[in-house]
Design a protein around this ligand. Structure first.
Ligand code: X2X
Length: 337
């Protein structure tokens, strides 16, 4: 008898399980847009593609992330991406801290010149309490941040001459993007910075309207920046822009908890994969650039220090805007790395 009851109960549970499972099996498939500035020819775009692949695989085809590269969802205007995402024009993004820094002042932390001397310093910020605090700031501004990736240390190129000291930058027309912090950094160095999108930068380099630009080695290499006259490259590692995987809040709230978890874990895995890959590829990328005849300048500790000294005043102006406490916390995390 007892046996029968438990069999019955098992059958009942199975039936219940089936009815519970049926709606989720029949659950509609959903597609979301993902904005990036660089395509999957670059590590950045590859991070987004990886995220999309993992989400598709792990949701068994139920969730699709469609990647729109070249900032096309904001007509190339990459510093509008955050606002477009917040307003719902874009569902998700894998974005550079630089491009969101006009709307999230805390993200200017990464743009402070010579704050992070090496990759371990980036990790000390992103993988610790400082990173959590930055994610909380993004969250407060209306985007759900899920994971970190990496664009990389940004190196300086130009068409005019070798640069190994601040005096070499005098009057040089350098393209920058993001918040006004970049104008301050390059003005302080005596350069003549001009803000423009990446879409506009490439023709401007070709025509010689600008003399120089700064971007990670992977971008210099894949976009073939040497072919538009940028023959001098200085490895000054003055800053690095992490990537952030983020989701519009309404989209986020519309997802059941298990799908939120799936999206988050896939972003963390895609980010870790991309960070490892782009760091591993750096040495080969540099060799390829040198092999194409680009003059690559490495700085001596003294030359490096001259740049650090020349940009010190950027901290005075920007630390209060970023949050003095946040800057101090980041410095402490870097010192303890
Ligand atoms: O515009 C740039 O320089 C780029 C591609 O690196 C960013 O989107 C920050």
């Amino acid at each position: 008898m007892t046996m029968r009851v438990s069999k019955l109960a098992a059958a009942f549970t199975a039936a219940l399980g089936l009815t519970l499972a049926t709606p989720s099996l029949a659950q509609e498939t959903r597609e979301f847009s993902v904005s990036t500035v660089l395509s999957d020819a670059f590590p950045w775009g590859q991070a987004a593609t990886k995220w999309a692949e993992l989400v598709n695989e792990r949701s068994e085809g139920r969730l699709t992330l469609k990647v729109y590269p070249n900032a096309q969802l904001v007509s190339g205007d990459q510093t509008r991406e955050f606002s477009a995402m917040r307003s719902g024009l874009i569902d998700m993004a894998v974005a550079s801290t630089i491009n969101w820094s006009p709307q999230v002042p805390e993200l200017n932390l990464f743009s402070l010149p010579f704050l992070m001397p090496d990759e371990a310093a980036i990790d000390a910020i992103t993988q610790g309490d400082t990173g959590e605090r930055i994610f909380a700031a993004i969250d407060r501004k209306g985007i759900m941040p899920l994971a970190w990736g990496e664009n990389g240390f940004r190196e300086l190129s130009n068409s005019k001459q070798q640069i190994d000291g601040p005096e070499d930058l005098k009057g040089l027309k350098v393209r920058v993007v993001g918040s006004p912090l970049f104008l301050d950094t390059f003005n302080t160095l005596g350069a003549n910075p001009t803000q423009m999108s990446w879409a506009d930068a490439q023709p401007a380099l070709t025509t010689g309207a600008i003399d120089g630009q700064e971007n990670p080695l992977s971008v210099f290499d894949v976009a073939r920046v040497d072919q538009v006259g940028q023959k001098h490259l200085t490895l000054w590692h003055y800053m690095a822009d992490p990537l952030i995987f983020g989701v519009n809040k309404r989209v986020w709230k519309s997802l059941p908890a298990e799908d939120q978890q799936l999206l988050r874990q896939a972003a963390i895995d895609a980010g870790a994969w991309e960070i490892e890959k782009s760091r591993r590829e750096l040495a080969d990328t540099l060799s390829a650039i040198k092999a194409r005849g680009v003059e690559v300048t490495e700085l001596t500790p003294e030359q490096h220090q001259a740049f650090v000294d020349a940009t010190a005043e950027v901290y005075e102006k920007w630390a209060p805007r970023i949050g003095t406490e946040l800057v101090e916390q980041a410095k402490a995390a870097i010192a303890a790395r």
